[in-house]
Design a protein around this ligand. Structure first.
Ligand SMILES: Cc1cc2nc3c(=O)[nH]c(=O)nc-3n(C[C@H](O)[C@H](O)[C@H](O)COP(=O)(O)OP(=O)(O)OC[C@H]3O[C@@H](n4cnc5c(N)ncnc54)[C@H](O)[C@@H]3O)c2cc1C
Length: 427
């Protein structure tokens, strides 16, 4: 069963600010009957659509099968932040995988950012430079400074500077930094742009077609309620919504929910919230992140939940929003929505070959706008026999969640509650 929340309507985008401002695109037809392709991709978020685009441009015959709509999942609902590097800092990656691999991972993060920037440019989608990291304590500010120096010294990355004073109109922060090489964009329009580019290159997309089974004979067969795709390769790109379709992935990748609100347009007050068109993420374990929309709303994200039911999103997100910006107490919330992303135990994506003909990438742990787009490209290359990039990712440790698929949520809730408590206590 595809993971569909009680708040979501099958086959429809959730009522988000992004859906309200999305590029209008006609629905793709559902899959009916038997079709044949070189590659069948399950899921039409950044991972699946980028794989489709790269494969179709390389001349392969590609079919994408999506349970709902293109960009229905995390790709159409996220904070739009395109961060540098990986979800983990380089020190942690050096410890996990050694310096040489850590360097490759950094370079892949840079490649991922460039890929998103180039694709956005190609589709005429604005990419705004600048993501700030806002720190609550002096110790966090010192850590940010040390890390910035390390990146300049050891990774030749000099685009991060100390957070300029007055950029964030909040008294909550002691300092931080500003990464001018990172940026932000409209996430749903990026997904829709990828779909349009993939189709223009020859890919076929089917929507409202949930894959419920995959079987392997001489060729692989991808089955939905009303159709089947016969293919040589399968790419699994369902991320947090893939559910139990592939057990090796389900054991290592866990869905969690995250939430965003959009205020009413702030007009002249917007400049006092963010002085420039940057995005911000703070230093909490359960991270808060925000930016202004083109029409000067505050888009503020935060909170986490597990399971198939979303909490009251306005209540969940308004609280941290007012901790950062108490001056917005009187402001109306026009949109509130949630989405499901996927995390792994070590917060690095899980790339694996689920079968000799099946590639899977998921679990970007909140760093997927760039990395999922790159993952699609790496899987497209792997299908064509160039698996170098895919194998670097697949060689990283991929621990299973303790408790298996049944107990992992309760255990995670216990762990996250502890970390959430640490945030509240400021330890
Ligand atoms: C609220 C929120 C905020 C976030 N903020 C950021 C951010 O600012 N920066 C960042 O880098 N990352 C962020 N992320 C994470 C990022 O959005 C994801 O990592 C990324 O979109 C993953 O893309 P994907 O294509 O792998 O998955 P998705 O976009 O979730 O796509 C998976 C698709 O597969 C389909 N599917 C699943 N199973 C099946 C099946 N059996 N049959 C057919 N179709 C299927 C689903 O319907 C879905 O459309 C955020 C996520 C959320 C939810």
């Amino acid at each position: 069963m595809n993971l569909l929340h009680v708040n979501d309507k099958a086959g429809e985008y959730p009522a988000s600010y992004y859906a309200a401002t999305a590029t209008k695109i006609a629905a793709f037809p559902p899959l009916k009957g038997q079709v044949s392709a070189d590659v069948c991709i399950v899921g039409a978020g950044y991972t699946g659509l980028s794989a489709a685009l790269h494969l179709a441009r390389a001349g392969l015959d590609v079919v994408v099968v999506e349970a709902q709509r293109v960009g229905f999942g995390a790709s159409g609902r996220n904070g739009g932040q395109v961060g540098s590097g990986q979800r983990l800092e380089q020190d942690a990656l050096e410890k996990m995988a050694g310096r040489e691999t850590a360097r490759k991972l950094w370079d892949m993060g840079e490649e991922a950012k460039s890929l998103v920037r180039d694709l956005a440019k190609e589709m005429g989608l604005p990419f705004h430079a600048g993501v700030a990291h806002a720190c609550y304590s002096d110790a966090e500010v010192r850590h940010a400074e040390t890390y910035r120096e390390k990146l300049a010294r050891e990774y030749d990355y000099t685009q991060i500077e100390a957070l300029p004073k007055g950029l964030i109109g909040s008294a909550a922060f002691k300092g931080g930094d500003l990464d001018k090489g990172a940026g932000h964009l409209h996430p749903l329009n990026f997904a829709i742009g990828l779909a349009q580019a993939a189709v223009a290159a020859g890919a076929r997309i089917y929507e409202r077609s949930e894959v419920h089974h995959i079987q392997h004979n001489l060729r692989s067969e991808v089955l939905t309620a009303h159709g089947r795709v016969s293919c040589n390769h399968v790419i699994l790109a369902g991320n947090g919504y893939l559910s139990g379709l592939e057990r090796k992935v389900a054991a290592r990748v866990m869905p969690i929910n995250n939430f965003i609100v959009a205020t009413e347009p702030l007009g002249d007050r917007a400049a006092g919230i963010l002085a420039e068109n940057i995005a911000v993420a703070d230093s909490k374990f359960v991270v808060n992140y925000w930016r202004l929309s083109d029409d000067k709303r505050l888009l503020f994200g935060g909170g986490e939940s597990y399971g198939y039911k979303f909490p009251d999103v306005v209540k969940t997100v308004r609280k941290p929003m007012l901790e950062v910006y108490p001056q917005l107490r009187d402001v109306k919330i026009d949109y509130a929505w949630g989405g499901t992303l996927a995390i792994t135990m070590n917060r690095m994506p899980c790339f694996l070959r689920a079968h000799p003909r099946v590639f899977s990438a998921s679990g970007y742990s909140g760093h997927g706008v760039a990395m999922a787009t790159l993952a699609g490209k790496l899987m497209a290359q792997a299908v064509q026999g160039q698996a170098g990039g895919f194998d670097v990712m697949a060689a990283l440790p991929q621990p299973r969640f303790p408790g298996g698929t049944a107990l992992r949520w309760p255990l995670l809730v216990a762990a996250m509650t502890w970390y959430g408590m640490r945030d509240r206590l400021g330890v």
